[in-house]
Design a protein around this ligand. Structure first.
Ligand code: KG4
Ligand code: ZN
Length: 338
């Protein structure tokens, strides 16, 4: 460990949130997120509007993060940013800004994989017990659904992944069919608490090994609702809470079927969740309940589940400790692999 404190300014701009955080070693001094409301009216993220909004948000967000952390730019040790995966136009704003800032301050640059950030967010110092290596991470977001074996902060092996949609898309697309706003995940979560999860049955799609598939699920929800609303045009209105509870119940069943298989196959019983969908209260509860089967489970604090820059800061901090710096020729990589 370095004797001096390390101050990292981190930027996350991979999708529709412009975020900046300042970390002192593994401690978060500030964590600012500007959500882009503009996409709600379109029912999904519009890439061109996202990159424009990042352009206007980035300087105010960075200034706010520095102000809240009470840190002067001259104290910074390095700049971390999300290299990918994500939307090209969005990533470019964060990447270009981070490079320019590092160059002007003459400090090193740390390029971070977005999903490493979601996983390593567990190591942010928040007074909670941390997982020890190796552990399994279920990373669930609007773009990803993966089971990852985490051997160290730089050795992360994907054991299974989705072959089509991510689980966040299954939440959002089902919600869109139900007439819920974007993103629908949090709304389904809220409504599901009031409904009966066994009222309606949806199919569990088949996928090989530890992989996932969600595109058939969304289609099944669509056909089910088309069939029912033909019989009763108020079907959705009259059953919204039960439909949401049943959708959420099935998605949890799909996620945990493969996660349980991964625990058995690897013999690793420490299991963490990360990514925007891990904010889901049903998923959190179900994971906790697995402790009765001998699992040790880790759930990140709420503010570090959906996209944020603190997670990019902690992942950058681990790279900093290993002198794993990026060159100024680094580029945004929308489809980067783990
Ligand atoms: O990680 P994230 O903020 O962005 C991506 O990297 O994709 O994840 C966003 C996803 C969206 O699909 C959103 O609906 C979902 O996370 N989400 C939730 C909840 N909160 C956010 N899904 C289910 N329940 C929630 N409480
Ligand atoms: Zn994310």
């Amino acid at each position: 460990m370095p004797t001096q404190n390390t101050y990292i300014l981190a930027i996350e701009s991979s999708c529709d949130d412009t975020a900046c955080a300042i970390l002192e070693n593994d401690r978060v001094l500030s964590n600012v997120v500007a959500n882009q409301k503009i996409h709600e009216q379109y029912g999904g993220v519009v890439p061109e509007l996202a990159s424009r909004a990042h352009q206007s948000n980035i300087i105010p967000v960075v200034e706010e993060a520095l102000k809240l952390a009470k840190i002067d730019k001259k104290q910074l040790s390095a700049i971390a940013f999300t290299k990918g995966p994500g939307l090209m136009g969005s990533l470019l704003v964060g990447t270009s800004f981070a490079k320019s800032l590092a160059l002007s301050l003459n400090i090193p640059l740390l390029d971070v994989h977005h999903m490493h950030g979601h996983i390593l967010a567990h190591f942010i110092d928040d007074g909670q017990e941390k997982p020890s290596y190796p552990f399994l991470a279920l990373t669930i977001s609007g773009g990803h659904t993966q089971i990852v074996q985490v051997n160290s902060s730089s050795n992360l092996v994907v054991l299974g992944t989705t072959q089509d949609d991510a689980v966040g898309e299954a939440f959002d697309k089902s919600g869109k069919i139900l007439g819920l706003g974007y993103p629908a995940g949090p709304q389904i979560d809220r409504l599901a608490k009031l409904g009966n999860p066994r009222k309606f049955e949806f199919p569990v799609p088949k996928a090989p090994d530890l992989n996932y598939s969600f595109s058939g699920f969304k289609t099944a929800v669509l056909y089910f609702l088309q069939r029912e609303t033909k019989k009763n045009e108020d079907f959705i209105k009259e059953n919204l809470e039960d439909i949401c509870a049943s959708i959420q119940y099935t998605l949890i069943k799909i996620l945990f079927k493969k996660l349980e298989k991964a625990v058995i196959q690897t013999g690793i019983k420490q299991v963490a969740i990360g990514g925007g969908v891990s904010a889901n209260s049903g998923i959190r509860e179900h994971l906790k309940s697995m402790e009765s089967k001998g699992w040790k489970t880790f759930i990140p604090p709420f503010e570090y589940t959906t996209d944020n820059a603190a997670m990019i800061g902690i992942a950058g901090y681990f790279k900093y400790l290993e002198n794993d710096f990026a060159g100024l020729d680094t580029t945004a990589s929308p489809r980067i692999h783990m």
